[in-house]
Each structure stands twice: as C-alpha cells, then as structure tokens.
Ligand binder design. Sequence first.
Ligand code: SME
Length: 160
Amino acid sequence: MFDFTPDADLPKPELYRQLVDACDAITGGEPDAVANMANVAALMAEFLPALNWAGFYRLVGGELVLGPFVGRPACIRIPLGQGVCGTAAGDAQTQLVEDVHAFPGHIACDAVSRSELVVPVIRGGQVVAVIDLDSPDLARFDAQDAAGIERLADLLADRI
Ligand code: SME
C-alpha cells in the first residue's frame, strides 16, 4: 500500500516538493506510461486542495486525447490551439487561467470549473502531453502552482 500523507496547510513550495517526491517514488522504475499517469493523477488529487479535475491529455496523431484523470468524465479529443489545453500544447507554454469564463474558446468539461492550470510535458523538444488541473474556485492557481507542476512535468517527461 502506498501511504502518502499530504498536509494541505504546508506552504506551496513545500507541498509541491512533497508531491514531486511522491510522484518520483511511485513512477521511478515503472515503464508503463498509463500506470504512471494514473498514479500521478491520483496523487495530484490527494495533495492539492480545491480541485475538481486533475489529469492528463496526451498528444496523439496531432491532437490531444484524454488520458488518466481524477474527476468527472471529460471531452476526449482537443485540437491543438483550441481551449486551454490545446493552447498550452500548441504554444508549448503553461496556461494559468484565473477565470475560465474569460478565456476565449475555453472548453467546459465540468460546469463547476472556474480556474485552470495547464502545463505541457516536453520530451526532446516536443510536447507529448499536458497536465490539466481545474478548480471550482476563481483564481485558485498562482505562479507557485505553475512552478510546482512544471517541475512535475519535467520529472515525467521520460516516464509517460
Ligand atoms: N477546460 C479544458 C478542457 C479539458 S477539461 O478542463 C478536463 C480546455 O479548455 O482545454
């Protein structure tokens, strides 16, 4: 049994250090990408407060395809350049969206989502996936969240 015991009251840098360490421990040495994304989605949902969706979209055949996640069922395919995820993948840039209703082209998978953080996972200079976090709270994510998830994306680049 894996028993990680996150403390959501920790300062964000420490919370993300513990999250990245847990993801490192659980994915290290495991070659199966689906297993690794599934466990990382579960850990993000356990460690990070005030989320309603946490998971992955993978770049497959030039579009994003839904990967392992925790949350409500979500849209399956997203073209590059569309929505928050497609923008992050198309530009290879983190998207930190304080109010999804103000993001042109936002794709609503769960009507309660109000803010979103999407970070590309880049391997060998190519986007291979994105990590997507949604929150029911406005402006849930800040630069510390983005930095923490970017460290996680770096860790996962050759594990998913
Ligand atoms: N809101 C995303 C779609 C994915 S769901 O949030 C899970 C977007 O605009 O790309």
